[in-house]
Design a protein around this ligand. Structure first.
Ligand code: DOR
Ligand code: ZN
Length: 344
């Protein structure tokens, strides 16, 4: 059985830098034509000039014979200059801006504490139609980690969207039925990415029968009812939902600590995993919308020219880990065999 799709895009990807970039970039570029590149390096990618330099490093790391277009994002700080953002967008350097609430996740300490302070940047972005990618979790210590996404929608996201209806917003890596419902109920300038792993794991995978750090990411996976809502949204064909893998490599040494890093590395087997999810839902016909069409449409990009072909056969073999030069990185284990082989 074969399935040919237009080349897909990953609308949320961490490539890191240096040796890690070198190792993980081919894992994405093998199958994906473009990706939205997260700016949470150390130090973060804040200015247009920094995004241009990072894009150059990504292109320099691309193996000969592979083609790939990195779509850069700027890391929003309370000191971000609205004009620098607008210029970087006009020059085609920056596709979007990424909002991390300070302290929400990996390298987010330079993120936003006061939403009043970023108002001028958001106003400028609304004027020019530049998308804002949002890590949607509050960071208050008194809010349960499993509730942080839902509380963010009520307390932060909705007020921002109401006061700036022209701002184009992508809710990144949604993990709850609340977020899915919010996107469904608010049609205007709003979309959401869904990761591969949140379509597959729930919180039991992380915590039941022993703690499994390789399933720990942020936002943390929620209970099964939420996973089911995410699958329904992904396979629905609804244009506002599309793939953003949030493939986020950390070395095993950094994952397997008393306080290990958040992030799941799924670039290697993402398309095979997704084909299983869509097949199980009897919606293989909607896979192309989710991975290749809906996101491009929201980002106002032309569809890709190339194609990938998925072929169902004997279980796919893929490495449990990839070597990176700074230590091995474990590849996402969906917990079931994958039968869909991808050829680009
Ligand atoms: O699990 C995560 N890892 N979530 C994020 O938001 C950031 C990412 C990372 O950079 O490692
Ligand atoms: Zn991310």
């Amino acid at each position: 059985m074969h399935l040919t799709l237009r080349s897909p895009d990953d609308f949320h990807l961490h490539l890191r830098d240096g040796a890690m970039l070198q190792a993980v970039l081919p894992e994405t570029a093998r199958h994906f034509a473009r990706a939205i590149i997260m700016p949470n390096l150390v130090p973060p990618v804040v200015t247009g000039a920094q995004a241009r330099a990072y894009r150059d490093r990504i292109m320099a790391a691309l193996p000969a014979g592979m083609s790939f277009t990195p779509l850069m994002t700027l890391y929003l700080t309370e000191d971000t200059d609205p004009e620098d953002v607008a210029l970087a967008h006009a020059d085609g350097i920056a596709t979007a801006v990424k909002l991390y609430p300070a302290g929400a996740t990996t390298n987010s300490h330079s993120g936003v504490r006061s939403f009043v302070k970023i108002r001028p940047v958001l106003e400028r972005m609304a004027e020019i139609g530049m998308p804002l990618c949002v890590h949607g979790e509050v960071t208050d210590h008194d809010i349960d980690i499993f509730d942080r996404e839902a509380v963010f929608i009520d307390r932060v996201l909705h007020p921002i969207r109401k006061s700036l209806p022209d701002l184009r917003v992508v809710m990144e890596h949604v993990t709850t039925e609340n977020a899915v419902d919010y996107v469904r109920d608010h049609h205007h300038n709003l979309a959401a990415t869904i990761t591969t792993h949140h379509l597959i794991i729930n919180r039991n995978h992380i915590l039941a029968g022993g703690i499994r750090p390789h399933y720990y990411c942020l936002p943390v996976a929620k209970r099964e009812t939420h996973r089911v809502a995410l699958v329904e949204a992904a396979v629905s064909g609804d244009r506002r939902f599309f793939l953003g893998t949030d493939s986020a490599p950390h070395t095993d040494a950094n994952k397997l600590l008393p306080c290990g890093c958040a992030g799941i590395f799924s670039a290697t087997n993402t398309l095979s995993c997704l084909a299983e999810v869509f097949e199980a839902a009897d919606r293989l016909d909607r896979l192309e919308a989710f991975v290749s069409r809906n996101g491009a449409q929201f980002y106002r990009l032309p569809p890709n020219d190339g194609t990938v072909t998925l072929t169902k056969g004997a279980p796919v073999t893929y490495p449990g880990q990839i070597e990176t030069g700074v230590g091995p990185v474990t590849v996402f284990d969906p917990g079931f065999p994958l039968h869909w082989h991808v050829s680009a």
